[in-house]
Design a binder for this molecule. Structure first.
Ligand SMILES: [Zn+2]
Length: 410
C-alpha cells in the first residue's frame, strides 16, 4: 500500500516485517553495539521508534555473531521486539582506511579492537547477518567517498558492488528475513541511474541508496537522489538512504522519493548537549539555560520535556551526570520521530506541498538557526561521516596497543 504525494515524489507506505509493520517514511535510530547509546528498549518504544538499525561489523567483532545466535538472536539479546535492520558492514570496513585492503573476493581488514585480521566477503556478511537474525539484512557493498573519489574508482566500486549484490543474493537463505540491495554510483547522475537500474533488476526486498551522506554537498546529494529515484520509477519496493540524519536533509530526500533513513547524528549531538527544537537548535551546555523553567521544547511530548526544565538538563550537563545523555537522546530522537510522523500524515492526506514550508521551518537540527547560542562554537557539519577515520592513525597497524577509534555507524 503506497500513497504518492500528488505534488512531489514523496511516498507514504507500510513495510511489513516479521516483528511488525513500519510506517514510512521513517527514521531508524542506530544501535551500533546492540544498544542505542544511553537508552533501553522502553525508551525507544515510548519515543515512537518503529525499527532500529544495528551494525554487523561491530557485533561480528564483539561479542561475536555466533554468541548472539546462541543467546537467541539480536531481538532476544537486546530485549527489543520491534523490527531490526542490520547493515552489511561494508561502510565500517571501508572506513578503516589503511587497515583495510579490498579485492574481488572481499575486504580484508584489521579489527579496531585488537588488530586481529579478518576477511569480509558478501557470503560472510550474509552469514553473519543470518546469525544475528534481524528482520532486514543488507547486501555487502563497496561504498566510496562521494565528493572526493576519482571517477574511475567510483565506477570500479560500483561495478564490484553489483557483482557482490548477486553473490549476496545467492548466499542468502533465510526466508524469514528481508534482503535489501545497495545502489551506488557516487554523485554522478549517470552512474547513479545505471546502478539503480541494475539493482532494481535483482530480486531484493528493498533498495538502498549507498555512498551518500558523506562529503558531498546537499546539491550534489539531491541530484544523485533524483537520478536514482528516476531510475526506480514505478518500483514499489522501499527506498532507504543510508546515513542521513539532519531533519532538513531528510525532508529534502523524502520529497524526492526516499522512504527510510538512519544516522547516529541525533544521538551523537545530544551527548554533546545539542538539542534539536522547533525551528532551530540550542546547546544545553550554555550557561544561559541554567535559569530556564520551561522544557527543552514546549512543543515536544517526550518524557524529558514533559518532566524536566531546561535548567535541570543544563545543570546535568555541567555536572557531567549520566542522566543528561539519556534525557537529551530521548528528546532528539523523539523530535525526529514526531517530525517524520507529521511528514507521513501530510503525504497521506495529500497536503505535503502546502505544509512543506512549515515543516521545514520547524524541522530543527543542523541547517536551522541556533537559537540564542551565539557564543557557542559552531558544531562540525553533519557531513563527513564517511571520512576514513584512520587516515593518519594506523594505530593497530603499527602495533601500538592503545585502542583505535571505533568506526561508528553513520
Ligand atoms: Zn522533548
Amino acid at each position: 500500500m503506497l500513497t504518492v504525494d500528488p505534488a512531489s515524489r514523496a511516498r507514504a507506505g507500510i513495510l511489513h516485517l516479521p516483528h511488525g509493520d513500519v510506517q514510512t517514511p521513517d527514521f531508524m535510530p542506530v544501535g551500533t553495539n546492540a544498544t542505542v547509546k544511553a537508552l533501553d528498549p522502553d525508551d525507544l518504544r515510548a519515543l515512537g521508534a518503529q525499527i532500529i538499525l544495528s551494525n554487523t561489523y561491530h557485533l561480528y567483532l564483539r561479542p561475536g555473531h555466533e554468541r548472539i545466535a546462541r543467546l537467541g538472536g539480536l531481538h532476544t539479546f537486546m530485549g527489543w521486539d520491534r523490527p531490526i535492520l542490520t547493515d552489511s558492514g561494508g561502510f565500517q570496513v571501508v572506513s578503516l582506511g589503511p587497515l583495510m585492503k579490498i579485492g574481488e573476493e572481499g575486504a580484508r581488514f584489521r579489527s579496531h579492537l585488537d588488530g586481529g585480521e579478518h576477511l569480509f566477503t558478501p557470503e560472510r556478511s550474509i552469514e553473519v547477518q543470518e546469525a544475528l537474525a534481524p528482520d532486514v539484512a543488507v547486501a555487502f557493498d563497496q561504498p566510496v567517498m562521494p565528493g572526493s573519489t576519482e571517477p574511475r574508482e567510483v565506477l570500479r566500486a560500483m561495478e564490484r558492488t553489483h557483482r557482490w549484490a548477486v553473490r549476496s543474493l545467492r548466499a542468502h537463505t533465510r526466508a524469514d528475513q528481508a534482503l535489501f540491495g545497495i545502489a551506488q554510483g557516487g554523485i554522478d547522475p549517470e552512474l547513479r541511474a545505471a546502478s539503480a537500474t541494475w539493482i532494481r533488476s535483482l530480486p531484493f526486498d528493498g533498495i538502498n541508496l549507498g555512498g551518500l551522506a558523506g562529503d558531498e554537498t546537499p546539491e550534489e546529494r539531491n541530484r544523485a537522489v533524483e537520478a536514482t529515484i528516476a531510475a526506480l520509477e514505478g518500483d514499489g519496493r522501499v527506498r532507504y538512504l543510508m546515513g542521513l540524519g539532519s531533519p532538513l536533509d531528510i525532508i529534502d530526500a523524502v520529497v524526492r522519493g526516499v522512504d527510510l533513513f538512519d544516522s547516529v547524528l541525533p544521538a551523537r549531538v545530544a551527548r554533546n548537549g545539542q538539542a534539536w527544537v522547533t525551528g532551530g537548535r540550542i546547546n544545553l551546555r550554555n550557561a544561559r539555560h541554567l535559569d530556564e523553567e520551561g522544557p527543552v521544547d514546549a512543543a515536544c511530548d517526550c518524557s524529558a520535556c514533559r518532566r524536566f526544565s531546561r535548567g535541570y538538563l543544563a545543570h546535568l550537563f555541567r555536572a557531567d551526570e549520566l542522566l543528561a545523555y539519556r534525557l537529551l537522546t530521548i528528546h532528539n530522537l523523539r523530535h525526529l520521530s514526531a517530525l517524520m510522523g507529521r511528514v507521513r500524515t501530510a503525504i497521506q492526506s495529500g497536503t505535503l506541498a502546502a505544509e512543506l514550508p512549515q515543516l521545514r521551518a520547524s524541522a530543527g537540527g543542523p541547517g536551522t538557526p541556533r537559537l540564542g547560542d551565539d557564543d557557542e562554537p559552531e558544531e562540525a557539519p553533519p557531513r563527513g561521516a564517511m571520512r576514513p577515520r584512520y587516515a593518519d592513525g594506523g594505530i593497530v597497524r603499527t602495533g601500538i596497543k592503545s585502542r583505535a577509534q571505533e568506526p561508528e555507524g553513520r
